[in-house]
Design a protein around this ligand. Sequence first.
Ligand SMILES: Nc1ncnc2c1ncn2[C@@H]1O[C@H](COP(=O)(O)OP(=O)(O)OP(=O)(O)O)[C@@H](O)[C@H]1O
Length: 717
Amino acid sequence: MRESKNYLQDLNPAQREAVETLYGPLLVIAGAGSGKTKTLVCRMAHLVEKGIPPEKILLLTFTRRAAKEMIERASLLLKRDFHKVTGGTFHSLCHTMLRQYGTLIGYSPNFTLLDRTDAEDLFNLLKTSLGLSDNKKRFPKKDTLANLYSKTLNQEKSLEELLDSEYPQFLEFLPEIQRLFVEYKIYKKEHQLMDYDDLLLNWLEILKNYPQIRDEMGKRFHFIMVDEYQDTNTLQGEIIKYMASTHQNVMVVGDDSQSIYRFRGANYRNIFDFPKIFPQTKIIKLEQNYRSTQPILDLANVIIANSKIKYTKTLFTLKKEGAKPVLFRAKDEAETSKFVVDKILELREKGIKLSQIAVLFRSAYHSYELEVELAKRGIPFVKYGGLKLLESAHIKDLLAFLKIILNPRDFLSWNRVLLLMEGIGPRTAEKIIQTLKREALPTSLNRILGLSPSHELKRWLELYTTIKPYEEESPSEILQKIWYFYEPLFQRIYSEDYHRRVKDLEGLFSLVLKYKSLDEFVSDLLLEPLEITELEGETLDEDPLILSTIHSAKGLEWHTVFILSLIEGRFPSLYSLKNTDDLEEERRLFYVAVTRAREKLFLLSPLMVYLPGEGKTFAKPSRFLTELPKTLYEEVNYTTPEEKSSHIKPVTENYMNTHYSTELSSTSSFKIGDFVKHPHFGEGEVLEVMGEKIKVNFISKGPTILHLKYTQLERLL
Ligand SMILES: Nc1ncnc2c1ncn2[C@@H]1O[C@H](COP(=O)(O)OP(=O)(O)OP(=O)(O)O)[C@@H](O)[C@H]1O
């Protein structure tokens, strides 16, 4: 919805108060769909209307795209240019500031950013050089080490405490891990590298130790606004404290019930601690929801009412009418997919655009079955939240080339680049790197060429020494040159699927055209990794249906929302079941999913799912479903349109229970002597039937007791 010129009059009293409170600390607790984005946009416009120059405003958001959109909306509102507002993520702010002020702590302006996999590779490298990978087979792997390191910084826990609670099997390696972490820090500093956490840590260090920088920041950004405050981490909370210390003009907006990034270090307590850091804080709650109908909100309110710590708020709406959310418990995922696709087609016939419908899920793989069905029935869709572009090897290759152009001392990237070349293995790569460490290019050119006869190395070094990233060449010209060199290597290395991969590269080539500096291009790619779908840009006849993980659906809304796989072990996810805090986060995730729907909500919970190694297995309905009073939703039975003309019928008794028990009794009708087949253990003979349990003598593993409820056996004779 576009704001009108009389934007203040469009606001409700709470929103208006938030917009008109310009000075001092302000905490806005905004329920889902209560107009927090609208409030931020209007406040930004109001600041400028009151004479504040846009360059004095800092807007921190969860994604760069969100900041850009808000700034555009504010400028439309006042019909004024807002491009001087500084908007972006915490990481991008810190990155910009460190390029400018990093020299204070020993970093040159062209330091290199390490993404997560680079950080893991560095751990591997150091592990080998410290001799920790050879003898100690059970030493933690590189991803565990990177994860642990990041957690020690973000969770205010010592390494020992973290190991004790999460990886007790590695406690015996405490001194070695500690040493590794020290080496990791030294290496980064020596080679001008910063990982994602360093961006926050280093900027915070400068803010803490240099009062003159705090003053400078206070003058530069006289008004600070932070969106999605519930998903900031402890370091980000501290950065805000220092950035606003001279004037305290800081507004943060968030919804504690929508905090879903704990697993990445977010600390939802930040929102509760804000008034402690800024004792003058004014708190405003936004509780009127403009998005969903009352029946959807009733469900959402019950879900979150069970949360342990929260700012109590109850969402209400003036949209009282509306259909109750629908629960459908299909026989299996195939039936779920058919149901979802039939409903989507029905909605499309009623005039709802596909792009106004979203299918949400906890993990990207939950939609695989549905994707097949959609493809079969010719429904166009895009999927968000899957693989990030940066995780694909070919993009990492290209980035490595760009990174060594920007920072010749980025030896991690040198290593990747060298290993791509024919005739160069790890030992030669190491020799070349040692030479480069002693003597930079082009002086060391002949010495390096003497280390390997590889033609590709020769071609690369000749090209490398001619590229001048900080002078006349544009980022797109540089990328073209690299591609010219890399293309034959790319076709050789990825010979099986380079046709598919080349599509991502095409996207990258169109993206680079927008950039004037190579440094900015590389930093942006690393700071906000694009999803593959964002680059595909295929032209379709019709806007596609949205498939998305719930994390990627944050902040968005659709006419109709389907939520898949509401079963134990999937949603809530398996890893969360042991820990109350993780389980709480899953609940909030469910709340986020439900509150994305404007008019219609479908909850899907199949009775059986396919588990690798287990075959088809009975599924337990999600605890989030069983907690809900039955009056809040309508459970439906379903037969496909081919089977019946009226395809949805309300269920009179509890469909799930009856259906479930019939399946059970039919499976328990085995008798002694039956030959059966198990998807994992293979064939065997029934020795004993004990109620819901059965004892089978498998050819592969001998007598085994199985629980019929959780296993799938097929009778062979
Ligand atoms: N005062 C208002 N009058 C009419 N519509 C409003 C008002 N405030 C917000 N809306 C509408 O409500 C919807 C939700 O608003 P918005 O996206 O700003 O919510 P949000 O708080 O950011 O949601 P969430 O946190 O759930 O993502 C939008 O369509 C917006 O235009």
